[in-house]
Design a binder for this molecule. Structure first.
Ligand SMILES: Cc1cc2nc3c(=O)[nH]c(=O)nc-3n(C[C@H](O)[C@H](O)[C@H](O)COP(=O)(O)OP(=O)(O)OC[C@H]3O[C@@H](n4cnc5c(N)ncnc54)[C@H](O)[C@@H]3O)c2cc1C
Length: 379
């Protein structure tokens, strides 16, 4: 009987893993790829849509178009996971696996920040980012705050990118003179592992008059008074809040016993990404391996897990240990993109090498997205 692999979540991690296994095993594998959504959306495309750079339909990539040997995509919601039995309950029935991969990402919980849902906006979900496309044109001026509400969040450069793109957006609408922009982040610098990248971002903020509030979170929103409260007890005027919601381990993963509680990301073997249950792996944002929550790290983790499954079932060398390294593109505004090459696990402390913003990196980022669509969706 063909090896049965069930992959929960078709994001960066699940799509890369499925592609690698299909390439290696061909029709000699039975992969069930499960996701509750109909389409994949790159995280960075959310910024493109909210700032009107692309229409929503241009960034939705339908899972139904995936045709790969040995792969079945099933659109359904995972309701329960039994990691000991490698059994998954979904709205479309029960699935049994020989190898189970949990790549369900991070859940977003805007409701846990008082007033955020009623008095602010978030742009981390697809629906939130798409809705902002209609909200931003109504902002005529006042205080705009890009605010992080929880300590652990996806794509650490994204809040800084949002502040810089908001500057361009308001400048193009001739509203920048009547608006101020503040970024609230829980770190001392925008990208702590890379002082050069942080310096460049802080320089760009200074040039554009964007205020950076470090070591803080937005803890509540008062829509009536038009103010937000920060974790140090101070408050700020706020007519427009672009919030980064609290991130949590998906409820179904906590219930399964794979994670101890909502802020304890799934513990894994740092070299293999295997959980405490043999043959059950946690890939991407859902794990607590110690890398930032970003697509490039989810992809790197998928490569290690795929190589391990191939070595165990087709033979060959065991994979190299997970490196926790990857390149993140950073939108600097003014139609320029920078890049930071970060390495979280191979040395004694995380490092990041900065590549200055350029139009060449705009093209490289475009190629990064296009190459994933080609690999994962065959287009
Ligand atoms: C604004 C923004 C910009 C970003 N920019 C970048 C960037 O430039 N570069 C980069 O590398 N990363 C970026 N990211 C981060 C990146 O999107 C994530 O880190 C990445 O998608 C994580 O991959 P993953 O496979 O772990 O999880 P996800 O890609 O989040 O995939 C998880 C999947 O699981 C599904 N799912 C969840 N629960 C269930 C359930 N119960 N049943 C069924 N399906 C379920 C979801 O629908 C989802 O498709 C950005 C994120 C944001 C929000």
């Amino acid at each position: 009987m063909a090896l049965r692999v069930v992959v929960l979540g078709a994001g960066f991690g699940g799509l890369e893993l499925t592609t690698l296994l299909s390439e290696a095993f061909g029709t000699g594998i039975d992969i069930v790829l499960i996701d509750k959504s109909e389409s994949f959306v790159f995280g960075f495309s959310k910024l493109d849509v909210m700032f009107g750079r692309k229409p929503p339909r241009a960034v939705l990539h339908a899972y139904g178009t995936i045709v790969k040997p040995g792969v079945r995509f099933i659109q359904t919601t995972v309701r329960a996971i039994d990691p000991a039995a490698k059994r998954v309950e979904t709205e479309a029935g029960t699935f049994h696996a020989d190898v189970l991969v949990v790549s369900l990402g991070a859940d977003l919980d805007p409701a846990s920040t008082p007033g955020l849902v009623e008095g602010g906006h978030e742009f981390y979900s697809v629906s939130g980012a798409f809705a902002l496309r209609d909200v931003l044109p109504q902002f005529e001026g006042g205080s705009a705050v890009v605010g992080v509400t929880g300590k652990s969040f996806k794509c650490p450069p994204a809040p800084s990118e949002t502040a810089l793109l908001l500057h361009d957006y308001l400048t193009a609408r001739r509203r920048r003179g009547s608006a101020d922009i503040t970024l609230v982040m829980p770190f001392g610098t925008p990208i702590p592992p890379s002082p050069d990248t942080s310096q460049a971002i802080l320089g760009a903020f200074a040039e554009r008059g964007i205020r950076f509030v470090k070591d803080n979170l937005v803890t509540s929103v008062d829509a009536e008074k038009r103010r937000v409260t920060l974790s140090d007890g101070s408050d700020l005027p706020c007519d427009l809040l672009l919030g980064i919601p609290v991130h949590r381990v998906p409820h179904v993963v906590v219930e399964s016993g794979l994670a101890a509680q909502p802020f304890d990301w799934v513990p894994v073997n740092k070299q293999t990404l295997e959980t405490k249950f043999p043959g059950v792996y946690a890939v991407g944002d859902v794990n607590g391996v110690g890398t930032p929550k970003a697509g490039v790290f989810a992809e790197g983790a998928a490569r290690v897990v795929a190589a391990s499954i191939v070595a165990q079932h087709l033979g060959g060398a065991s994979p190299e240990a997970y490196e926790g390294a990857g390149s993140c593109y950073v939108e600097f505004g003014h139609d320029q993109v920078g890049r930071v090459d970060v390495d979280f696990l191979s040395g004694p402390k995380p490092t990041g090498v900065f590549h200055a913003p350029s139009t060449a990196l705009v093209a490289e980022k475009g190629q990064f997205g296009a190459s994933r669509l080609q690999r994962w969706f065959g287009r």
